[in-house]
Design a protein around this ligand. Structure first.
Ligand code: FRU
Length: 465
C-alpha cells in the first residue's frame, strides 16, 4: 500500500512477474483466474501458472501455484492455455515449453489447486509449415458433438495463423487444418493466444500479434470448421493490453481479461518487486452492425466509494471542471458542437510538469492518450496511444476512464478501448480536469475506488482539488 504505482482494483500477483491470463473458469461457484507467473523474479522467465479465485469478480484470493515446470515437455516453462470441463473433469490445456520445441499439454484436477500432468496426451509435433518453436497457447471449446482446440502459430515463420484440432473426448486430438490465416503480413509474423468463441449469432476470434504487440478481433461465422470473418478491428493497440482471454459467466456474459505490461525500466520494477497487471474484466457484446463492443464489467460499480466533488470552472470552454485522485472510476459525457478537441487531463502536477491527457479529436476521428509529459522519469515509455473512433451524427462522446495508480484504461462509447501504464514521479501529480477547445456540454462523475484484495482495508483519501 506504500507503493504509489501498484494498482488497487486491478488484479496483480502477490509479488513478482505476471503476464497472460490463463485457464479462466467459473467452477464450483467461484471464478478462477490463472496467469503466467514467475514466482522468483520480477521479469519474464521460469514460467509457472499462478492462481486466484473470486466469488464476486471483485475480490480475489490467492490460491498458490497451479503448474510448475518439471522434467519433460514443460521442463523450461508452463506457457499459456485454458480451462475446460471435460467429461466432468476440470482440465487445463497449456503449452509445455523448452527452447527446442513447444508441446500442447493437459493436466487434470479435482480441487482446481493441485494438478496432475498427462504427458501421454500431449500434441508434440505441429503440422507442416509450422515450426516447433511457433506453436502455442491452446484454447479448447465444445461445439456440437466435438471438442475443438485452436492453437496460435506462424505459417512458414511469415504470418499469423490459428490451427484447428478436433477430438471426440477431449483426450485424443486430430489436426484438421488452419482455422484462419492472417490476410495480411501487416498483422504480424505470429499469432499468440487465439481465443475463439460464440457471441450472439456470430463467432469472434481474437489474436495477439507478435512482434507488433497489439491485439486484433475478427467477427464472423464458424462454417465447415473454418472461420469466415465479416469484419475486423484492432482490439488493443501499442502493447497496452495483450493476450486476451474470455470465460462465459453463469448468466451468459462473455467476460474478457488481458495483461498490461510494465512500461518502465527494469531496475525500477526490481526495486518494487512486482510486474504486470490485468485489465478489469470486460463485458463483450455486438452492436447493431455486428461490431464488437466492450465495457468494464457491471460489478465494478460496487467498488465505488464516495463521489468525488468536482469544481466547476464556470467556463464553457477550456477548463470545464477540476477534481483530484489516483484511484478513480470516471464517467464523462461530452455533447460536441464542433470538431474541436475535448478530453480529460489526469495525474497532473499543479506546476504543469507532469500530466497525461485523454483526448478526443473529432476532426481526426481519433481517441488519444498523450503520455509525453506523463512522467519526469526519462526511462518511462511516453509515446502516444491512439485508436480510430468515428461518432455517428449527434452521438455524444461517452468516456469511461479507470485510473488505478499506474494503470489507465479508457473506454469510449463501448466500442474502443485504450489501456496503458503511467508513472508520474511528483508527489502531487494527482490533479484532474476536463477540457474543451470548442463548444461542448459536459456531464461528469468521478468516484474513489476501493481495493479488490481480500483482507485489505485501505482508507482511501480524497485530496481536495
Ligand atoms: C504471450 C506469450 C504466449 C506464451 C506466454 C509465455 O504473452 O508470449 O505466447 O504462451 O506469453 O509466457
Amino acid at each position: 500500500m506504500q507503493d504509489r504505482h501498484r494498482p488497487r482494483y486491478h488484479f496483480t500477483a502477490p509479488s513478482r512477474w505476471i503476464n497472460d491470463p490463463n485457464g479462466l473458469a467459473f467452477h464450483g461457484g467461484r471464478y478462477h483466474l490463472y496467469y503466467q507467473y514467475n514466482p522468483h523474479a520480477s521479469h519474464w522467465g521460469d514460467i509457472h501458472w499462478g492462481h486466484a479465485s473470486s466469488a464476486d469478480l471483485l475480490h480475489w484470493q490467492d490460491e498458490g501455484i497451479a503448474l510448475a515446470p518439471s522434467p519433460g515437455h514443460d521442463a523450461e516453462g508452463c506457457f499459456s492455455g485454458c480451462f475446460a470441463l471435460v467429461g466432468g473433469v476440470p482440465t487445463l490445456y497449456y503449452t509445455g515449453y523448452t527452447q527446442a520445441r513447444q508441446v500442447q499439454c493437459a493436466a487434470t484436477s479435482t480441487d482446481l489447486r493441485h494438478w496432475t500432468k498427462h504427458p501421454e496426451r500431449a500434441i508434440v509435433v505441429p503440422p507442416a509449415d509450422v515450426a516447433a518453436t511457433e506453436f502455442r497457447d491452446p484454447y479448447v471449446f465444445q461445439q456440437g458433438p466435438w471438442w475443438y482446440m485452436v492453437v496460435g502459430a506462424s505459417h512458414r515463420s511469415e504470418r499469423g495463423q490459428v490451427l484447428l484440432y478436433r477430438s471426440a473426448d477431449g483426450l485424443d486430438w486430430q489436426y484438421r487444418h488452419p482455422l484462419f490465416t492472417a490476410p495480411s503480413l501487416a498483422l504480424g509474423v505470429m499469432w499468440e493466444c487465439p481465443n475463439f468463441f460464440p457471441l450472439g449469432d456470430k463467432w469472434v476470434l481474437t489474436v495477439s500479434i507478435w512482434p507488433n504487440l497489439g491485439a486484433h478481433a475478427f467477427v464472423g461465422r464458424f462454417e465447415e470448421e473454418r472461420f469466415v470473418p465479416a469484419s475486423d478491428a484492432p482490439l488493443d493497440v501499442d502493447a497496452g493490453a495483450f493476450a486476451h482471454l474470455t470465460l462465459c459467466a453463469p448468466d451468459g456474459r462473455r467476460l474478457q481479461w488481458a495483461w498490461m505490461n510494465e512500461q518502465r525500466a527494469q531496475e525500477r520494477i526490481d526495486a518494487d518487486g512486482w510486474a504486470g497487471a490485468m485489465t478489469v474484466p470486460r463485458e463483450l457484446g455486438l452492436d447493431s452492425q455486428a461490431r464488437l463492443t466492450l465495457r468494464p464489467h457491471r460489478e465494478l460499480a460496487a467498488l465505488r466509494q464516495s463521489a468525488i466533488p468536482t469544481m466547476n470552472s464556470g467556463a464553457a470552454r477550456s477548463v470545464l471542471c477540476r477534481w483530484a485522485g489516483r484511484c478513480m472510476d470516471m464517467q464523462a459525457r461530452f455533447v460536441l458542437r464542433d470538431k474541436a478537441k475535448v478530453g480529460l487531463t489526469v495525474l497532473a502536477s499543479p506546476d504543469g510538469q507532469e500530466y497525461t491527457r485523454i483526448v478526443y479529436w473529432p476532426e481526426a476521428r481519433r481517441l488519444l492518450i498523450e503520455r509525453a509529459h506523463s512522467s519526469l522519469d526519462r526511462q518511462v515509455r511516453r509515446q502516444d496511444l491512439h485508436a480510430f473512433l468515428l461518432l455517428d451524427p449527434g452521438e455524444p462522446l461517452q468516456l469511461r476512464v479507470l485510473l488505478d495508480h499506474s494503470v489507465l484504461e479508457v473506454y469510449a462509447n463501448d466500442r474502443v478501448c485504450l489501456a496503458t501504464r503511467l508513472y508520474p514521479t511528483l508527489p502531487d501529480s494527482l490533479h484532474a480536469h476536463a477540457f474543451a477547445e470548442g463548444d461542448t456540454t459536459l456531464d461528469l462523475q468521478a468516484w474513489d475506488m476501493g481495493s479488490i484484495h481480500v483482507g485489505e482495508r485501505e482508507a482511501l483519501q480524497t485530496p481536495d482539488p
